[in-house]
Design a protein around this ligand. Structure first.
Ligand SMILES: NC(=O)c1ccc[n+]([C@@H]2O[C@H](COP(=O)([O-])OP(=O)(O)OC[C@H]3O[C@@H](n4cnc5c(N)ncnc54)[C@H](OP(=O)(O)O)[C@@H]3O)[C@@H](O)[C@H]2O)c1
Length: 323
């Protein structure tokens, strides 16, 4: 047996209840890990509420890090005692778990398991957004919404290291200051200021090359008005609710724009892609160009309180659940 959070019906944070659950031996291609930490991500909210499809009962969570305690049949590339992490394996909210090795990477020496759990999903997201969905380089001017959030703080530092001019938005003065200390050149409090007007002002009327928008409903379609002609709109989340009924005509009206709706899981779908993305993240963290700070921790049993705070915009940066 082990402890895990089990969702027995979709709903609010109160449906996240800790239970004793059976823990079988790992199956073929799986290992068993004792988890040091579980990463909290906004996607966990979407599955809990039913915005993204999941059938209860299920153990939520996609990200964690721990130590291998048992090997399933056929596993040759991992050993008992290896320190490993993952960002795409459902069922993370548990003290111990079995996980298919296709999701795992080894955590390099010098990176703690807690840091790994805090950075795999958010950091690999920053990696593909900045280096694959669009190639950020010296001279790029970009806008990143929710700059003081988990993905936002990593992306700000990384974009700065790539030589971009980095504009962010955030929902309070404290978050504005935090983002400014994490790579952002300019941060707009979008609860107080018209971010479109401010972006136009900051760019001398030109607009930005790319907008990274994970807020969704509340920043659409205004985000499109921040772009240069032929700029790229990257919609990668729904923190305020999903963008619905996207009218393709808007892309023409607002300057022959491009739009994409990417997801990390498509960018790390093969072993080669996962290793390349994770190694790129490990390199940038080990070079100290991107620092991973853990901003909040909660006991795993209090996952409901963590969700409440995340949805109420009370968190900033990364959050861990500790089994
Ligand atoms: N597509 C992908 O591959 C991918 C991968 C990872 C994450 N994501 C998305 O990226 C976003 C960030 O994820 P995260 O885990 O790092 O979360 P987060 O940014 O730490 O938290 C979400 C932030 O969104 C902002 N926000 C704006 N309106 C909100 C509202 N109505 N309710 C709640 N929050 C609101 C808040 O910041 P302010 O108070 O500053 O506005 C809040 O702190 C999420 O939308 C997530 O789904 C997508």
């Amino acid at each position: 047996m082990t402890k895990a959070i089990v969702v027995r019906s979709l709903g609010g944070p109160e449906v996240l209840k800790i239970e004793d659950v059976p823990l079988d031996a790992p199956g073929p291609g799986e290992v068993q890990i004792r988890q040091a930490a579980v990463g909290l991500n906004f996607i966990d909210v979407y599955f809990r509420t039913g915005l993204y499809k999941a059938d209860p009962p299920f153990i939520p969570g996609k990200e964690g890090a721990g130590t291998i305690t048992a090997l399933g049949e056929g596993v040759t590339d991992f050993a008992i005692g290896d320190r490993v992490a993952y960002a795409s394996a459902d069922g993370a909210y548990a003290a111990e778990r079995n996980v298919a090795t296709k999701h795992l990477v080894k955590v390099p020496d010098g990176i703690s398991l807690e840091t790994a759990a805090a950075m795999m999903l958010k950091g690999m997201t920053a990696q593909y957004l900045l280096l694959q969905t669009y190639q950020v380089k010296p001279g790029t001017v970009l806008l990143f919404h929710a700059a003081a959030g988990g993905v936002g703080l990593i992306a700000g530092q990384w974009a700065k290291a790539l030589g971009a001019t980095v504009i962010g938005t955030a929902g309070s003065q404290a978050k504005v200051e935090l983002a400014l200390a994490n790579g952002y050149d300019h941060v707009i409090d979008y609860t107080k200021e018209d971010f479109v007007a401010r972006v136009r002002e900051l760019t001398g009327g030109a607009g930005v090359d790319v907008v990274y928008d994970s807020v969704g409903k509340d920043t659409f379609p205004q985000s499109l008005d921040c772009l240069k002609p032929r700029g790229l709109f990257v919609s990668f989340g729904n923190s305020s609710g999903p963008v619905e009924a996207f009218n393709m005509g808007l892309l023409s009206q607002k300057g022959s724009l491009y739009a994409t709706r990417p997801t990390l899981f498509a960018y790390i779908a093969t072993r080669e892609a996962l290793d390349a993305c994770a190694n790129s993240l490990f390199d940038v963290v080990q070079s100290n160009k991107v620092r991973i700070n853990i901003h909040q921790t909660y006991p795993l049993a209090e996952a409901g309180r963590a969700h409440t705070d995340l949805e109420a915009r009370k968190t900033s940066g990364t959050t861990l659940l500790i089994p």
